[in-house]
Design a protein around this ligand. Structure first.
Ligand SMILES: [Zn+2]
Length: 148
C-alpha cells in the first residue's frame, strides 16, 4: 500500500491498483474527526438536513451551504452481508466479517464493517454504535460499528 499525503492511500494487488482512499480537501474534516474518534456528517445550513460526508450539496434543497457536525454514531442495521471470501489481501485471516449499510439516527446511511464482539450474529434492525479501532487497512482511523 502506498500513502500519498495529498492523494491518499492506493490499494493494490501485486502492484495493480484497484482502489484509492481519498482524504481530499473537501472531506478533510471527516478524516480529522475520525482521528479524534468522531463520526462527522454534513448538515445543510439552509434546511437542517443531515447529509453523508461525501455530499457537496444538500439532497433536499440543493443548497451548497453545508457545515460539519458530529454524529451521535448510533444507528440500526439497514442491510447486511456476511463476507466469507478474501476479495483483497487486507482481509486475509479476518473472515468472516460483516459489511452493513447503517441508518444513523440522523437519517444518513453509512456503509461500514460490523465488528463481532460476542456470540451474537448481526441482523437487520439491530442497534449499533460507531467505534474506531486500530485495525484499519486504510492505515488511518475509519468508522466501524459494533452491536449495542
Ligand atoms: Zn438543505
Amino acid at each position: 500500500m502506498e500513502l500519498d499525503p495529498d492523494l491518499g492511500l492506493q490499494l493494490s494487488i501485486e502492484g495493480i491498483p484497484y482502489a484509492r482512499v481519498h482524504p481530499q480537501p473537501d472531506v478533510r474534516a471527516f478524516w480529522e474527526g475520525a482521528e479524534k474518534g468522531e463520526l462527522r456528517l454534513r448538515k445543510c445550513k439552509a434546511c437542517g438536513a443531515f447529509l453523508h460526508p461525501g455530499k457537496i450539496a444538500c439532497t433536499k434543497c440543493l443548497s451548497q451551504e453545508l457545515e460539519w457536525v458530529k454524529s451521535s454514531g448510533k444507528g440500526t442495521i439497514y442491510s447486511l452481508c456476511k463476507v466469507n471470501y478474501v476479495f483483497t489481501p487486507e482481509v486475509e485471516g479476518k473472515l468472516p466479517y460483516f459489511l452493513a449499510l447503517i441508518k444513523l439516527e440522523e437519517g444518513v446511511y453509512f456503509f461500514g464493517i460490523i465488528l463481532k464482539q460476542d456470540a451474537r450474529e448481526p441482523s437487520i434492525e439491530m442497534s449499533v454504535k460507531t467505534v474506531f479501532d486500530s485495525d484499519n487497512f486504510f492505515e488511518r482511523p475509519y468508522p466501524k460499528f459494533v452491536l449495542v
